[in-house]
Design a protein around this ligand. Structure first.
Ligand code: WT7
Length: 692
């Protein structure tokens, strides 16, 4: 029962106190140019027309061969879309645009340093670079369709170039967020069975040139220990022709891509026609157990879905300048920086750095210089920008027609600042709810058709039919003012196919809860459990309240509490660990870590710092706890379970409630006393967190 107790102190608690908000309407100017204003779309994508309705999305793409079966359910619930179809994702994002648009900018790459000019890659240039690198992957690295390759790249143009080169050959890419540690990268190398790692020597973040090559050494070494050999490390250079990392190269293993590319100048590689249901990439995400899940996304279904939603929900037109500030190392970047926008022949902005560095005007100067008109980011970034520079946007001459928020619930106050100040009252906002597993948006308003409601994502997007169940499997109806578990009734083409190498976990995590008949091959029997609590208002708008499992949403990204706890147990002094979510002004949620020590060890600030660092080393800086509490013992039930609910209440300055059922009720006061002593220290560590 512990799981639910943690959830009670998560976002849900804050959110249910929100009142119903007023509606905001899109301007006639926006509606006049919108890609979708035809109400009949909801009929066309109704359950009666399922699954054939999704042909409309697939027809946005070029196919070598049309499919025979739109939705194959024979291996339920591992759905297969557009079976029999042949398609290449790289061809659709690059080659097909050359005839009419080769001279158009595909990618605006914005280096963090403002004295380095923005680079504008045309579709032709992207085509050339992708082809040459694909030739290298094939001939030098010996990679072929179906092989997995791990990428550990930051926000540089070489990241989409690498992804597209893989896609051209049917190689399954698995990009690990650049900010993740070498150790995290190793786990993903091992799980995916990659024998090639593609990385970069260094990159800029917050004004510092980081040594990224060092992470590759850690990753390869750990992967080797865990049974996966990496024979080749391909290293892009932040400054082509120059080494920006002090970490030595390993002979016979490490290669600078720019040296090798000389042999591939002018090479062209035909795109490989891939089966629509062949995997395109893996994207790892956290779950309730320690081991990250490799979400396996398909080629045809995924690309159709992100292209359709980019067109109709992001409202991208070929002439738009579109800036999604997410990192390509997360699913948002894959779907809505790279694949969706490029399939639509848009110009997509990639920004290397931190939007508040070197000052709060940085993001808005980029928007002004490039004349960005579609802007896409997360509440955590909006909160940070609002905090450091609430009046900055007005100083810059940019105009957005459309803005997106994604990743966590947005507080109505923050939404209104986004709308009035960032959007200058001129831009529509879509609040898009979805997950790594889903490929693309699940709930959102269609921007030219529906009113906006601050704090609510909106109805299911066309073709997505959500439903809320209570714990007993009863449907929670619209307007019930009660939260429940949000599920999706039907499959959709963007949905992941399985967890890489772990079909059982796929079925048990997402489908077992509300499955009506385990033997059934009918999709109607397999509602998809998203793992979020949600409420449905009378008007059909969903408000997402937060996770129902042991997952903490930090800055819009999921960290498994078990993952953090097991990382802290790597420190030899630590006997037990418990992680709880704490509400944070900027990052939404942050983890607090409680540990008790093995006999013979004493608490000290140095030990707390060491434990905190160990989380950063094994997962990445995003996992840094707000506070490490070294406590004499954990509050436990009589059966010995750690009561995270009580720890969460202490961390969040809430009433701990009834403690009499504990085996050791006195410990609660001891922990509270420790909390008093630490208040000053906490203020300090919060300042440090803000800087990161
Ligand atoms: C979890 C998924 C998919 C984009 C990035 C995050 C939360 C996501 C919203 C939203 C409220 C949201 C959910 C979800 N979430 N978007 N618009 N409103 N909550 O992907 O790391 O897989 O996290 O983020 O809790 O389950 P992710």
């Amino acid at each position: 029962m512990e799981k639910k107790e943690v959830a009670k102190t998560s976002e849900a608690e804050i959110a249910v106190h929100w009142k119903e908000e007023d509606l905001y309407y899109p301007s006639t100017k926006f509606i006049a140019q919108a890609n979708l204003t035809d109400e009949s779309v909801y009929d066309r994508f109704s359950l009666e027309n399922f699954p054939e309705c999704f042909k409309e999305y697939a027809d946005l793409l070029d196919w070598y061969k049309y499919w025979d079966t739109t939705l194959d359910t024979s291996d339920a619930p591992c759905w297969k879309w557009f079976v029999g179809g042949k398609i290449n994702a790289c061809y659709n994002c690059v080659d097909r645009h050359l005839e009419k648009n080769k001279n158009k900018t595909a990618i605006h790459w914005v280096p963090e340093l403002e004295n380095e000019r923005i680079q504008h890659l045309t579709y032709q240039e992207l085509y050339v670079r992708v082809n040459e690198f694909a030739a290298l992957l094939q001939d030098f690295a010996g990679l072929k369709a179906g092989d997995r390759v791990t990428l550990h790249l930051p926000m540089v143009a070489e990241l989409p170039i690498t992804m597209l080169a893989c896609a051209r050959l049917g190689i399954i890419h698995s990009e690990v967020f650049g900010g993740f540690s070498g150790n995290s990268c190793a786990d993903r190398i091992v799980d995916s069975g990659s024998n090639v790692l593609i990385t970069i020597d260094g990159y800029y973040r917050g004004g510092k040139l980081l040594d990224h090559k060092a992470n590759a050494d850690i990753a390869v070494e750990k992967a080797e220990k865990d049974g996966q050999t990496v024979d080749k490390v391909l290293i892009w250079q932040r400054y082509p022709g120059k080494n920006s990392s002090p970490t030595p190269m390993v002979d016979g293993r490490d290669y600078f891509v720019n040296d090798l590319l000389k042999d591939y100048r002018g090479k062209r590689i035909d795109p490989v026609p891939m089966p629509a249901d062949a995997p395109l990439f893996l994207m790892y995400t956290s779950g309730t157990t320690g081991k990250p899940k490799g979400c396996q996304h398909s080629t045809g279904g995924y690309l159709a879905y992100v292209t359709g939603t980019s067109k109709y929900i992001q409202d991208i037109h070929p002439e738009d300048v579109y800036w999604c500030m997410a990192d390509i190392g997360w699913i948002t970047g894959h779907s809505y920086i790279v694949y969706g926008p490029l399939a639509l022949c848009a110009s997509s902005v990639i920004f290397e750095g931190v939007p508040t560095y070197p000052d709060p005007g940085r993001a808005w100067r980029i928007a002004e210089e490039l004349d960005v008109n579609i802007f896409h980011t997360a509440p955590t970034a909006i909160r940070a920008l609002r905090k450091v520079g609430p009046d900055e946007p007005a100083k810059y001459n940019y105009h957005f027609k459309h803005m997106t928020t994604v990743g966590e619930p947005i507080e109505p106050e923050v939404w209104k600042w986004y709308y009035n100040v960032v959007g200058k009252g001129e831009a529509v906002i879509v609040d898009t709810w979805w997950q790594t597993e889903n490929g693309g948006f699940l709930c959102s308003t269609v921007p030219g058709m529906k009113a906006m409601k601050p704090g609510s994502a909106g109805p299911g997007v066309p073709g997505i039919h959500p439903i809320i169940y209570d714990d007993d499997g009863n449907v929670v109806p619209a307007g019930a003012r009660k939260a429940g578990n949000i599920c999706i009734q039907n499959p959709w083409p963007g949905q992941f196919q399985t967890i890489w190498g772990d079909r059982d976990r796929f079925v048990s995590t997402y489908f077992a809860r509300y499955c009506k008949n385990e033997k059934s091959k009918d999709w109607r029997d397999w509602p998809y459990l998203a793992g979020d609590a949600a409420m449905l208002a009378d008007d059909g708008y969903y408000r997402i309240l937060g996770r129902i499992d042991d997952v903490i949403n930090v800055s819009g990204h999921r960290l498994g509490t078990k993952e953090l706890e097991s990382a802290s147990l790597d420190v030899i002094e630590v006997a037990e660990a418990a992680v709880v979510p704490v509400a944070d002004e900027i990052r939404g949620m942050v983890p607090d870590l409680y540990v008790s020590l093995k006999p013979g060890y004493d608490p000290s600030p140095e030990l707390a710092a060491k434990i905190s660092q160990s989380l950063c080393d094994s997962i990445g800086k995003i996992a840094r706890p707000r506070k490490v509490w070294i406590v004499p013992d954990m509050p436990k039930t009589r059966s010995g379970k750690i009561m995270r609910r009580i720890l969460a209440a202490i961390s969040n300055n809430k009433d701990v409630g009834d403690t009499m059922t504990l085996a050791n009720p006195d410990i609660v006061d001891d922990i509270k006393k420790i909390s008093q002593d630490m208040i000053e220290e906490l203020k300090e560590s919060k300042k440090a967190l803000m800087k990161e």
